[in-house]
Design a protein around this ligand. Sequence first.
Ligand SMILES: NC(=O)c1ccc[n+]([C@@H]2O[C@H](COP(=O)([O-])OP(=O)(O)OC[C@H]3O[C@@H](n4cnc5c(N)ncnc54)[C@H](O)[C@@H]3O)[C@@H](O)[C@H]2O)c1
Length: 369
Amino acid sequence: MTENDTVFARADGHEQVVFCNDPASGLRAVIAVHSTALGPALGGTRFYPYANEQDAVTDVLNLSKGMSYKNALAGLDHGGGKAVIIGDPAELKGEALLRSYGRFVASLGGRYITACDVGTYVADMDVIARECRFVTGRSPEHGGAGDSSVLTAFGVFQGMRACAEARWGEPTLAGRRVGVAGVGKVGRHLVAHLVEDGAEVVVTDVSDAAVRVVLDRHADARPGVSAVADTDALIAADLDVYAPCALGGALDDATVPRLTASVVCGAANNQLAHPGVEKDLADRGILYAPDYLVNAGGVIQVADEIEGFVFERARAKAAKIFDTSLQIFRSAEAEGIPPAVAADRLAEHRMAEIGRLRGFYLGGSASRP
Ligand SMILES: NC(=O)c1ccc[n+]([C@@H]2O[C@H](COP(=O)([O-])OP(=O)(O)OC[C@H]3O[C@@H](n4cnc5c(N)ncnc54)[C@H](O)[C@@H]3O)[C@@H](O)[C@H]2O)c1
């Protein structure tokens, strides 16, 4: 790490970064609170065997900043935060480690609320919640909302409808050919929405079993669901819409020039492999729906759970992804900028405009936390 690359320099713009260390349970975690301008920071805990601590810090800083933007665009009263637990969950995860982690989250007094991410599950949140109130994404048996993939897929579908409106003048995928890369929890629900809307769907997944589930489920669908061998084949297929729903980095210097689709809209986090890809997409005339804009259904669900989950209320909030997406596409077009830039500006505007209100002194405990 150079003098210009200190943790403080890298955390520029973040409010707080907390290192949590409990050798007895094996816990080594970093909690990053990027912003509480809109309310308590909300974002999941990633449990991952990072190659080194630097990678873990870089990841948590990027992810927590991303959550500020995602939560702002989703219209939530939450700032952005995220946590990483360093290590292999298969080896390390157990009651003591999770409860230890829960106590560190509790020590932040509600400035950070945690949830599931890669490597952590609803059942883990139930364990963390035994030490800490600031946990969401718990199981229904423990008062939680459970799996968030249903509303995530619904939100992506709303974003895709907005893409269709912006591109073809109708908010429907009927008659379009949509490629879904990754038919796991979110992807398979997305396929169901698309089939219902009248789209032809082409899927791929590294798991043959996942593909089989989707093909069987929609065997009678018209125009139908088919599969191709891999993501390369999907990208090259004749598509109107490409929906990355597997891992991050799906859009890079190799894939963007080969895309046949004129719309990209999917659930995967961090789809752009590096800054500048959003411009490459725009230069090719491809409408890209920023991932953190359209995949916010999950965080909308876990935020709703904090108030006592009501599915219809959360679904109504996720439906607004359609309006926000359209607003962003229109301002991007009017200003001649990629939608990702327009989305960032809208999120920053909301953080500044609504965050400013917290400057009014209310006295006593009149304000919400
Ligand atoms: N679950 C949520 O609520 C949620 C919320 C926001 C964002 N996301 C993001 O959406 C994406 C999918 O999430 P999920 O919950 O469905 O995960 P998942 O693990 O259930 O599904 C991912 C699927 O992608 C497949 N896959 C992995 N590598 C692949 C490859 N190279 N090519 C094709 N398929 C591949 C896997 O086999 C799996 O079926 C992830 O990027 C996740 O971060 C999920």
